[in-house]
Design a protein. Sequence first.
Length: 410
Amino acid sequence: MTTVVVGAGIIGTAIAYELQKRGRQVVLLDKGEVGRGASYGNMASIAVTEFMPASRPSIWKQIPGWMLDPEGPVRVRPAYMPRLLPWFARFVAASRPAKLRQLEAEGAVLCKRVYDDLMPLLKETGLEGELTEEGCLSLYSNEAEFRADREHIDILERFAFPHQLLTGAQARELEPALSDSIGIAVLFPQNRSLRDPFRLVQRLAERFVALGGEIRRGAVAGFERSDRITAVRLIGGDPIAAEEVVIAAGAYSGRLSKMLGEPMPLETERGYHTQIMSPGITMRHSIIWPARAFMVTPTAGGIRVGGTVEMAGLDAAPDYRRSKITVRRAQTALPDLRCANFTEWMGHRPAFPDTVPVMSASAKVPGVFYATGHGHLGVTYAATTARLMGDLITGATPPIDMRPYCVDRF
């Protein structure tokens, strides 16, 4: 039985590897190089504490400010706003208190599984050493900033995720490069980092091929089906016959689902990073400053600075002012950080309005499955998604209730 997995980022590559292990003959298909999309530029964090839905009860009041502030935590390009209105309507609807509790639980269920699935995957690929021992420090300049983030801490306490409250001085003992302006910090010990997330995708692809899997390069033109899926058609190439197709193309999955007559409310949260190879400082922990919307991670042989969100669709040119904004903000936390020998990057994170991924069979086309919408948690959820999708596709019983992650929930 041939299974075509469309999308060779961390999610698609992990699924392809899992299915090949389980005896499927898998073709991993992507229009670009394996792992060169959002999986290449993510912040390398296993962010098990970051499952809180982005939409909150007061969020609609912030939308006008997002459009007007070019340096705000969420930037919406005005020309794109009309296309975003249906997505934003669902986003605001997800902020109802009862709905929030449900979405928080659905994210927590996945995050509770992460290390149970990730550690065996790292061992199989010989990458145990890629996972750091250190966690993430969440920074606050004062008590007011900490209170503003208290809802996040309360949710973690409700779901029993470990964390440790620190004074600014205690945080500087862990990371001496931190500014004296940091008054409070919270250590999330489970939010460990990968030394190079791109290396993980590459190694998974190598193991997949070693098991007999095939990697193909090509852009999808459409699909062939009778009473179920039969083939994937390529632009300028021969069709690939398939008894099963897994759509795991990140932010581009929505375009593919439309070809199958199954549109989904998937948007791209465009993310930017600056990879600094001569930063002038050393770090052991990743850091995040919620009030200033940036993150810094030691990864890929240097220090990576990222954060904020831009809503502008899949086709607009990058605006690298976003990268420069986050570097300036990072220097308020790390005053000796130098931006030398650096590169800037932009990628597309796939985002559903309720922040919960889709991991399910198609509701319309037998033989089609979806695994997309992981947002900021693609590398975090990758091993767990591969395990769950492997069970769904092969007919095994998944270890959790998969109904909350169905494609037809919207």
